[in-house]
Design a protein around this ligand. Structure first.
Ligand code: SF4
Ligand code: SF4
Ligand code: SF4
Ligand code: FES
Length: 954
């Protein structure tokens, strides 16, 4: 039996089935074979017969309310709904008979008699299923007239910035309600009332004030113009589309950019997207307006000193000025006086050419990336233990998990589309353990989901917790010894086992340090080890600590000891923050590694790249970001090429970063906007948005997905072209004609990418690396049968408390995180209507701590640490524990990183963002830093001819 080739543009009415049993039936004289478990409607669509429908769509479970899809089945009485009737062997189905036509026309008449007849001026004209069905059933008249009771005057809700709700057009099909429940898992909508009075309700509130998180699933599901994107109302229906990949988080959702000429009208999540299966969050679907925002800088600029005004120049002048400055600095101060930083917002191809420029042309390995400040411990820890610096699973694997352990991650805010999938599995019965100092949404605000254990640990005690969990597993005989014997280095296991078994690692000894009851730690450990397929998901709450790498290794130890690795439903899953964190690391953005995580000191690898690039390469690891900044502060590092990264806002200890930048003689910033780092730059290369370029992003599951140009770059060039122009000006032309040439070179030189090409990506949609001769279609699950390093290796995880201690001067611990509507430093989302949800960063504080300090909801509070001070507005909430305060870092004026310290992970220098000892007190004025920031940034923006927006603080 041939596999069914599903067309992503076809709506099959009801979902596919995973059954291997095949069923053959006849629909309107066409014989069709489909998997058992699908409906007659689905089988008919596979056979090319589209049964009229309104309440059914293939992303939702069948509902059976509209009665339009009735069919006749030989040998059965009545007219069953094809959307709720399962297929059976040998059925003979008729979808078009005179009787069915009569029933359908009658049904449609009822719908249309309570529907405005404004089709010609309706925004959905030509894209409306109600209109299509009226045509399909041959509706010619409406006998009931429009004079009776109806809903035609129901008021519109336009509160959401991105879509409208016009109940006068609603046919109460419930698709929106079901999309919100089944696809998104938010349960914001219900059908209230009965019979004629039934209507869609967002909890009797408007959408903005409701539980709605603006994911848009209901808008996509709505078959009428009731729920409608404002962009479509404004621009009209799109006329062509290009499939590309979201530029925000590490989920890597695939989208069809629906266009009118060069204008994006709508971003529709692609049904065949490997990571998102047709779903999205508010950022990917709606927050793309930044690409055409008035703040975009599209002309190159230069200046001799950061105190001078910017001068707009042509590309040639900007490139040649940058090249001459970099050459001058190297001649004057030595080769190592310059380096570069790439960003996880860059494509793989951009990162690759940037590190090539630095290694082959600058002649140094001083290249680093923003993964340094987020997931570098993941790269290190997983490489040491398992042999590969990457997550082990596909997102879909979670659907096979029985136990989900989340440590230091907040998926509903950070990785929302994956969170929706995870919530589906949790609603279906998987158990949930959460280790987090704060009550994240999965604990506090997720209908029909209950965390079996919320281990509300004190920030900074992850290693102690992981060791205590391991202690229970080892001492209660829960280790899967056969797996360990076969798959792991036995000696390393024995050493680890003996270490964690010591009384000092017992839950009872560590409970007070961790801040969690010993019995809860024991119960959680038992559940993880014995509850069936157990998967660990973790995030920056694990990595951004002084022992980030130790915790990552401890997590891998747990998975190996319990045999929860190497198959579906289990594994170690780092939830990568930004869209291309995985890719930027894969592409050799770290100072010690070539693409594919091969050490610069490895002679064979270096010779391979030397021969391909035709330049001698250094075998010495280069400078990491903190080393570059330290050396700049000391005066020996003088030139920086910073592509797509805003180190002033995103790196810790802002004062140190700005001091270092001020000491440099040539800072080149390549970005869409004049970001905070550009305030200290001498050259500004305008960047291209993801809509303006070709390339690839690699998500948290190692999935390489195509980024495709849908409009011309506003600055004239794709970003990789700018880098290669700089290279040429420095005497090293790279000679690529298209981004695909760069991927071809990556594939030639990187074993895990040997089988990757743009052509293959376009054919397959996406590919999970390794993709090579051994795995021509990629590798969804890693470490099956054998670890990449051969035998898995256990590491001792000695808990060393952070040196960042609370005392009477700084009695609270500040920890940081993200929020759904904003993204990272906010450069993109702050320039969209997403600010409607999070216009400023706020400080969450427990009621007891607030009361002790006389702080009330909404007060301005000063937050002082050993590094600096800032001012935020207070939110009093029990989601944080006593002694812990929490904020986000999306707005530059908040200065969250003014207060974070220089402490960092022992192995990778990843900053300890998650633990800063602070004091909080009521204030009535900005901090000194904020006053300085306001004056300085206003002056800088004015230099670039931009209008200054009034500060929200004060
Ligand atoms: S809003 Fe749309 S999807 Fe929801 S019930 Fe009305 S017509 Fe159906
Ligand atoms: S936008 Fe998403 S969260 Fe909001 S009501 Fe629709 S489906 Fe629910
Ligand atoms: S931000 Fe993340 S979850 Fe949201 S649409 Fe983009 S990739 Fe998907
Ligand atoms: S589509 Fe089957 S009842 Fe609505």
């Amino acid at each position: 039996m041939d596999e069914i080739k599903y067309n992503p543009k076809t709506d099959y009415g009801t979902p596919q089935s995973q059954s291997t049993k095949q069923i053959t039936l006849t629909v309107d004289d066409r014989q069709v074979t489909v998997p058992d478990g699908v409906t007659i409607m689905h089988a008919a669509a596979v056979a090319g017969v589209m049964v009229p429908k309104l309440c059914a769509t293939d992303s939702l479970e069948p509902f059976g309310s509209c009665r339009l899809c009735l069919v006749e089945i030989e040998g059965r009485r009545g007219y069953p709904a094809s959307c709720t009737t399962p297929v059976a062997e040998g059925l003979v189905v008729h979808t078009q008979t005179p009787k069915l036509a009569d029933i359908r026309r009658g049904t449609m008449e009822l719908y249309i008699s309570d529907h405005p007849l404004d089709c010609l001026t309706c925004a959905a004209n030509g894209d409306c299923e109600l209109q299509d069905m009226a045509g399909a059933v041959g509706l010619r008249e409406v006998r009931y007239g429009y004079d009776g009771e109806n809903h035609l005057k129901a008021a519109k809700d336009e509160s959401n910035p991105y879509f409208t709700f016009d109940p006068s057009k609603c046919i109460v099909c419930s698709r929106c309600v079901r999309a919100c429940e089944e696809t998104q898992g938010t349960f914001a909508l219900t059908i209230s009332g009965r019979g004629f009075d039934s209507k869609v309700s967002a909890g009797n509130k408007d959408f903005m004030d409701s539980e709605c998180v603006s994911c848009g699933a209901c808008v996509q599901a709505c078959p009428t113009a009731t729920l409608m994107e404002k962009s479509v109302i404004q621009a009209g229906t799109p006329e062509h589309s290009v499939t590309t990949t979201c530029a925000y988080c590490g989920v890597g959702c695939s989208f069809d950019a629906e266009m009118k000429g060069e204008e994006v009208v709508r971003m529709t999540p692609s049904k065949h997207g490997g990571a998102n299966h047709g779903h999205s969050c508010v950022k990917g679907r709606f927050a793309w307006g930044y690409a055409t925002h008035k703040d975009r800088i599209t002309t190159p600029m230069i200046r001799k000193s950061i105190n001078d005004p910017w001068q707009q120049v042509g590309w040639d002048e900007a490139i040649s000025y940058a090249a001459s400055e970099l050459s001058r600095i190297q001649k004057q101060y030595g080769k190592d006086a310059i380096g570069g930083i790439t960003s996880s917002r860059c494509t793989n191809e951009e990162v690759y050419v940037t590190q090539k420029l630095i290694r082959a042309v600058f002649g140094v390995n001083n290249v680093d990336t923003c993964a340094r400040v987020c997931h570098s411990p993941t790269g290190y820890g997983l490489k040491q233990t398992l042999g590969e610096s990457a997550g082990t699973q596909t997102f879909d694997s979670v659907m096979q998990s029985d136990v989900i352990l989340i440590i230091g991650a907040n998926p509903t805010d950070g990785h929302p589309v994956f969170a929706s999938q995870m919530k589906r599995r949790l609603r279906a019965g998987a158990k949930l353990i959460i280790a987090d100092p704060r009550a994240i949404d999965l604990v506090a605000n997720s209908p029909h989901i209950r965390a079996d254990y919320h281990l509300k640990l004190r920030p900074g005690t992850n290693v102690a917790l992981v060791s205590a969990l391991a202690h229970v597993i080892v001492t209660e005989g829960l280790v899967q010894e056969a797996f360990v014997k076969e798959r792991c280095e036995w000696d390393s296991f024995v050493a680890w086992r003996d270490f964690v078994a010591k009384p000092e690692n017992s839950p009872e000894t560590l409970a007070s340090e961790i801040g969690v009851k010993a019995e809860d730690i024991r119960a959680a450990a038992r559940l993880y080890a014995t509850g069936g397929n157990a998967a660990i998901y973790y995030g920056l709450g694990v990595t951004e600590h002084s022992q980030g790498s130790t915790t990552v290794m401890g997590i891998a130890n747990l998975a190996m000891a319990t045999a929860n690795i190497g198959r579906e439903g289990v594994g170690v899953n780092p939830l990568r923050g930004q869209n291309n964190v995985q890719g930027s690391c894969d592409m050799g953005s770290m100072p010690h590694e070539f693409p594919g995580y091969r050490h610069v000191a490895d002679d064979a690898t270096r010779e391979l790249f030397e021969s391909a690039w035709g330049r001698p390469l250094s075998s010495e690891p280069g400078l990491r970001i903190p080393n570059m900044l330290d050396q700049a502060a000391e005066g020996s590092f003088k030139g920086l090429y910073c592509v797509g990264e805003d180190i002033v806002q995103s790196d810790p200890n802002t004062q140190h970063v700005t001091h270092a930048l001020k000491n440099m003689e040539c800072v080149i910033v390549q970005d869409l906007f004049l970001n905070e780092t550009a305030m200290y730059a001498h050259v500004f290369f305008p960047g291209a948005s993801f809509l303006e370029k070709n390339g690839t992003f690699t998500n948290a599951e190692r999935r390489i997905s195509p980024v495709r140009r849908v409009m011309k770059p506003k600055n004239g060039y794709e970003d990789w072209e700018v880098t290669t122009k700089l290279s040429e000006a420095l005497g090293y032309p790279m000679n690529y004609k298209h981004a695909s040439d760069i991927m071809d070179e990556i594939a030639r030189l990187t074993p895990t990418f040997h089988g990757v090409s743009f052509k293959k990506l376009d054919e397959m949609g996406s590919i999970q690396w390794p993709c090579n001769d051994e795995h021509p279609n990629g590798t969804p699950i890693m470490h099956i049968g054998e670890f990449v390093r051969g035998k898995g290796k256990f590491f001792i995880t000695q808990y060393v408390p952070t040196t960042e201690k609370v005392n009477t001067k700084f009695p609270l611990i500040l920890t940081t995180g993200r929020i759904l509507s904003q993204y990272n430093v906010g450069a993109q989302t702050r320039r969209t209507q997403n600010t409607a949800w999070h216009p400023e960063d706020i400080l969450e504080i427990h009621p007891h701590d607030a009361e002790d300090r006389g702080i009330k909801e909404g007060d301005w509070v000063g937050i002082a640490s050993r590094a600096g001070e800032t001012v935020l507005r207070a939110k009093i909430t029990e989601r944080v524990q006593v002694g812990v305060v929490y904020t986000t870092f999306h707005h530059p004026e908040s200065g969250a990183n003014v207060i974070t310290t220089d402490n960092s992970d022992w192995a990778t220098n990843c900053p300890e963002y998650k633990v800063t000892a602070v004091q909080v007190s009521r204030v009535n004025q900005l901090s000194d830093w904020q006053k300085h920031y306001k004056t300085f940034s206003e002056a800088q923006i004015a230099f670039a001819g931009r209008k200054v927006e009034a500060s929200k603080v004060g």
